[in-house]
Write a protein that binds this ligand. Sequence first.
Ligand code: PLP
Length: 410
Amino acid sequence: MKKTGFTTRSLNVPYPKDDPHKALQMPLYDAVAFEFGSAEQLEANFKGEYIAHVYSRTSNPTVEYFEVKLRELTNSRAAIAVSSGMAAISNAVMALTKSGDNIIAGNRLFGHSYALFKQTLAEFGIETRFSELTVKREIEKLVDENTRAIYFETVTNPQLDIADIEMLARVAKKNQLVLIADSTLTPPNVFSAGGFGVNLEVISTTKYISGGATSFGGAIIDHGNFDWKMNPNLNSYTEKFKEDAFLAKIKKNIFRNTGGSMAPQTAKFQVQGLDILELRVEKCYQNCLALGAWFEAHPKVKRVDYPGLENDPRYKLAQKYFGGVPGTIMSFDLESKAACFAFMNKLMIIRRATNLNDNKTLIIHPASTIYSEFTETERAEANIRDTMMRLSVGIENVEDLIADIEQALR
Ligand SMILES: *Cc1c(COP(=O)(O)O)cnc(C)c1O
């Protein structure tokens, strides 16, 4: 049979075990523990000879189904569901490093990722070397024998800059470093990370995959394209687990011992979120295009940023890596901060909130909120303008969004 599309595949991923009732929805296994028929069976389980769910912090049938779906939909070797995007990022980096090691990371990161690297992991002796990640030579200058990974975001927020992913993959490969992409803004129906040389994807599934701000979640995806023997911190796993060494270290060490599991109730939402992901992304994308064209034509709008628009300087990269759909976050500028505030206060349909990829369209003024602790110079360096607002475009009927924007601009 011909390979089916994303949504068809999502709707038809079989359960790991047949459901006794042939339920068409994966049931919610709202249970902490699972029992065994005999002491021998329990012993075999703990020896790794009989695989079954034991305790839901380490595995649960509903969470497992979410992982299996995500693995299928990303054509990857393994997907690990965790409690949040930050749990995915911290677990992935902790599995690859130890005190004395370093990683190289982009310098325009999601705020808490930056804080995790700059503060939390630094306090445990893991250094992060921040860089533009645009010039190969500059990246290679930062590499030494203790460097373990290059970490970047596929599309930066709110600048919407797109990484040269193939270049990063070449640098990572040559230097035997794991290439980690935070692909939260570009979900798996538009971005095939493994095909571009990304080794690990970390995702805040809170955003797109949750089905629209339904629940907190995260995922780590192992694309099966890194030789784990190259990372000394996985030495005790490579012999026994071979290609699954990273998965084993996460499951048997970092993830289990730090306790960042996804709740089964959350997994239920996230499973349904995957089924409607493509539909929602397509609708948000069409809304972005319509809003973009409208903004471009409006005299009060000084600037529009959306790499899905032909006039955007990053349009070509968006075509190359994301089939033209660079997520559905956009930004636009008015003449002053006061004009932005007056505009935001008049909105009636668009909501003033920080989240991304809700079903509702959300707006925020980054300079006075997410970047309020930055100095003016730091904001300028990060290209955060006082005149800019970020829109996370939702699935509303676009004529209503335009009408709301039009009345608020008046
Ligand atoms: C939201 C977000 C995170 C953190 O995810 P949580 O689920 O809130 O922990 C990480 N990276 C990016 C790009 C995000 O947008």
